[in-house]
Design a protein around this ligand. Structure first.
Ligand SMILES: *Cc1c(COP(=O)(O)O)cnc(C)c1O
Length: 227
């Protein structure tokens, strides 16, 4: 646990270096600290070191930590798959949801977002490698889904998210992320106002940044291995 500070510093340095390598401003890349399976006390340590955005995959686990950390001004991101029976809690408790892949889920989140809160920020999850084990839609279905959800009042479509299959080289990693970036550009051309590419994890963050990632989701490199 005493390593969290050192780890955060190292990740910030890595983001800065990856950004510099492609002439990007590191401030345009948000670090999402993925805290699934890690205790609330770890989140508190990271928060006190300046980390404000945290990502969780499991609803019950997340809600419990939120309660323990309700004195902190954390921006909470839901980065797990969303079943219909979880939309209400997610709409009520989170600031972002990264894994939208169905109109039905988007509609429910929009309807269930409490009136006093700003719209829930959402990303469409893309299954870039057509993997059965992963959620998300095919790239060529993105424009249609985006068009049908971007005007829902209770959510705000921010962009696209993906978890590519592992690739051995930097260049191969880049190719996967480039497809997502291209599709975001297409959305913008069609007048759908988006600004987020949620891509890059501990293993492939540099390649994601090279292709325009605006949000990297890092767990292991901050909090250590999950058991
Ligand atoms: C677990 C998880 C991460 C973080 O993965 P690490 O390899 O620990 O950095 C990022 N994104 C999603 C969607 C995850 O489920």
């Amino acid at each position: 646990m005493q390593n969290i500070g050192k780890n955060l510093n190292r990740i910030h340095a890595q983001i800065a270096q990856a950004a510099e390598a492609c002439q990007r401003d590191p401030k345009t890349i948000l670090l999402l600290a993925v805290s699934k399976q890690k205790p609330a006390s770890d989140i508190r340590v990271a928060y006190e070191l300046g980390q404000k955005h945290f990502g969780e995959n499991y609803l019950q686990e997340a809600l419990q930590k939120m309660q323990e950390l309700s004195d902190l001004d954390i921006c909470w991101h839901f980065i797990g798959a969303i079943q219909s029976n979880k939309t209400r809690s997610i709409a009520e408790a989170f600031d972002w949801a990264h894994c939208i892949d169905r109109v039905k889920i988007a509609r429910r989140l929009s309807e269930q977002r409490p009136a006093g809160k700003p719209p829930l920020n959402v990303c469409i999850q893309v299954n870039i490698d057509h993997e059965e084990s992963k959620a998300g839609i095919e790239l060529d279905a993105v424009v249609e889904l985006a068009a049908s959800i971007h005007e829902l009042p209770g959510i705000r479509l921010r962009g696209l998210m993906t978890i590519p299959a592992p690739r051995p080289t930097f260049d191969q990693q880049r190719l996967a992320f480039a497809q997502l970036a291209e599709t975001l550009a297409t959305l913008k051309q069609q007048g759908i106002d988006c600004d987020t590419l949620s891509m890059g994890m501990t293993q492939d963050m540099d390649a994601a940044i090279a292709e325009g990632s605006t949000l990297v989701r890092i767990g292991t490199a901050i909090f250590g291995e999950r058991t």
